[in-house]
Ligand binder design. Structure first.
Ligand code: FES
Length: 114
C-alpha cells in the first residue's frame, strides 16, 4: 500500500465512566472512528490520501474525543460524530477544520486544574 498524504490517529482509549480523567472511548470515539473510515473510503481517499488509524490515549482526555492529524501535526478536540463529514472534506481539500484545532493553551488545561 502506498504512503498516504495524511494519517489520522483517533483515540479509542476507554476508561470506566466513573474515571475522573474521562476518556475518548467513553465519549463515543469508536463511532467517530468508524464514520471516518467510511467517509474516507466513500470519497475514494483511502488508497492515496488518508489512512485513519485507531490509537490509545493521546493525553488529551480532557478535551476528547481527540484526533491527531499527521504530518500536519495538529490535533482536533471535542470531536463529534457530526463533525466527520467536514473533517473528511478538509482532508480531500488539503485544508484544516480550524474550529476543531486544539489551541496551545488548552494542552495544559488539565494540568492546571481548570
Ligand atoms: S483517552 Fe483519548 S486522549 Fe486520553
Amino acid at each position: 500500500m502506498p504512503q498516504r498524504q495524511h494519517y489520522l490517529f483517533v483515540c479509542l482509549n476507554k476508561r470506566p465512566e466513573e474515571s475522573p480523567k474521562g476518556s475518548c472511548g467513553a465519549k463515543g470515539s469508536e463511532a467517530i472512528y468508524d464514520a471516518l473510515r467510511k467517509g474516507v473510503f466513500d470519497k475514494g481517499l483511502h488508497h492515496q490520501v488518508v489512512r485513519a488509524c485507531s490509537c490509545s490515549c493521546l493525553d488529551l482526555c480532557h478535551i476528547g474525543p481527540s484526533i491527531c492529524v499527521e504530518p500536519e501535526h495538529i490535533c482536533y478536540g471535542r470531536v463529534k460524530l457530526e463533525d466527520v463529514p467536514e473533517i473528511v472534506q478538509a482532508l480531500a481539500d488539503g485544508t484544516v477544520v480550524q474550529r476543531l484545532v486544539i489551541a496551545p493553551e488548552e494542552y495544559d488545561r488539565a494540568k492546571k486544574g481548570s
